[in-house]
Design a protein around this ligand. Sequence first.
Ligand SMILES: [Zn+2]
Length: 371
Amino acid sequence: MDHPILAHGLNYFADNYAQARNKFRQACKFTSAQHRLHAFKLPSDNPLLTELAMDVCIMNPDASQTLVLSSGLHGVEGFLGSAIQCAFLECARKSPSIRFVLLHGLNPFGFEHLRRGNEDNVDLNRNFLLPDEEFQGAPATYQKLNPLLNPPSPPRALDWFRSRAILAIAKHGMQPIKQAVAGGQYEYPKGLFFGGRTPASTQLVLRQEMADWLRGSDMIIHLDFHTGLGKRGACSLLTDYPLDRQQRNLLSRKFGRWRFSEGGRDNLAYSTSGSFGRWCVKMNFALRYFYLCAEFGTYGPLHVLDGLRRENQAYWFGSSSQHMQAARKLKDLFCPVATAWRKRCLKEGFGLIETAVEALQEGDIHKIMSP
Ligand SMILES: [Zn+2]
């Protein structure tokens, strides 16, 4: 049966970043659970017009089982995650034994400008390199495909991108192409999937604050909401760090009804360098940190890549109206307006949260996850 909250489903979806932020902050204020709300300002190109911030709501800060829910790491992908967070806040009072840490708008610049990257065109899910890793390099196939992926000119109505991409796939194979294109690169600052040259503003805030938000947690489950990958309307769970036996056990026992992809070892995903999840797990915020990237499918991969490429071209080389047009299309690619898609994804997101709460509340969680 549907959760009663989902009856208002569509109201949780915002039209733009400012509205999403406002809905989130209002939902925090009206939740009956004990909570703290913080705002961390991040770089804005027009601070007088729109304040860009990562908003963080923490409920039940003394509980030792923690659920982290994050949205907007990829800017324009934030609309669904934000809607799920707002829906969740309306019924958060029911789980006082769990600490909830909600991170809203991890990349507010991309959210505001309907881009995947941040103010420096950095794909934040490629930026979280570990201290011994360097911000450099690009896969050889990416270098070869750079003129196709990142043409230094405004987008044209007809440029045969999809036909050329299909030829490249026929030559290299779908999975190797996906891996080379989307796995992350550190050489082309105006290119797609650019991981940056230094830790990005979002990472600096998280490095500074996250240990404090999570202090005293025995066990953390983290659901990081994304869109644009996988079957339309379906949710898939991705990890990009090596799972141990207990983590696999938890996945199959509790999250078994969702499709799962580990480290890009199948046809769904790909492994990424500098991913947020791996960083969270390695930072030792808790003995057990279980991160899941929750991906909700929208359109096919070439369709999505074409939209990303056009928006990026328009951002760097087009007029402002060209960019606005391309960015609006990109928003639809990552958050379709179709009512059925929105309701289905909201319900799936809600189901994930309920499952995570159940897992954290279960008496045998220590047995499942103990080393
Ligand atoms: Zn994403």
